[in-house]
Design a protein around this ligand. Sequence first.
Ligand SMILES: Nc1ncnc2c1ncn2[C@@H]1O[C@H](COP(=O)(O)OP(=O)(O)OP(=O)(O)O)[C@@H](O)[C@H]1O
Length: 251
Amino acid sequence: MIELHHVSAGYGPKLVVEDISLDLRPGQVLTLLGPNGSGKSTLLRTIAGLHPLAGGQITVDGVPAKDLTRRQAAQKITYMPQSRTVPNITARKMVLHGRFPYLSYPRRYRKEDYDAARRAMERSDAWELADSPVQSLSGGQRQKVYLAMAMAQETQTILMDEPTTYLDIQHQLNLMTVAQQMAQQGTAVVLVLHDLCLALRFSHRCVLLQEGRMVQQGTPEEIFQSGALDQVFQARICRVDTPDGWRYYYD
Ligand SMILES: Nc1ncnc2c1ncn2[C@@H]1O[C@H](COP(=O)(O)OP(=O)(O)OP(=O)(O)O)[C@@H](O)[C@H]1O
């Protein structure tokens, strides 16, 4: 399990994430919420080891994250960024990149790598795109391929920054269902989402950030009841009870 102990991070002397303590628990979908510029992406990148700590500590299964080699870290943590440059390769090849941390020299893929890539593409609804060049795909199709690459890495923790961007509503719901399924299978799934309704409906826990500080964390029920979302986002969030659970909407 990844644990954050009083984590701070920033750019130059300016801290944009301050004093965050948090457990990323296997078996749970945890969603980071907060207005633009509140530090969500910086926090996610810091957890992924891609941005330096300015203070505090991050441990992975009890070991300080800074003591892990890149390969060890990549076998523990998957990070799916908000955007990236698109390479000129097929979707299948791209998804296979998720297997890199498991290959030893001379980096030849094994049957289990191809199997893992296929499983991941089927789960993210990207299998039919396998032979297409990633550059030829739409934003939503690319997002499904990135999700498959992230799943193919098969780590205990997966961090996804705004994974629903570009997805139509059916695929947003599909992504959230896949996130829940990964959690059911023991993964710690950490998301950054702007859609509060989707987050409250599908997360086990939410963390609310404002100006780099954690103002609230808890179950969707606790977060909703606290009224903190309304305060931080200056928007009224309501809900209705349905046979399938709470459904949230903006008033
Ligand atoms: N490369 C950078 N250099 C300097 N400041 C940065 C850099 N990246 C982000 N920041 C600043 O850090 C703060 C937090 O940004 P961050 O991207 O982490 O927020 P966020 O909550 O993910 O925002 P959004 O919802 O808009 O994606 C902002 O004030 C931003 O301007």
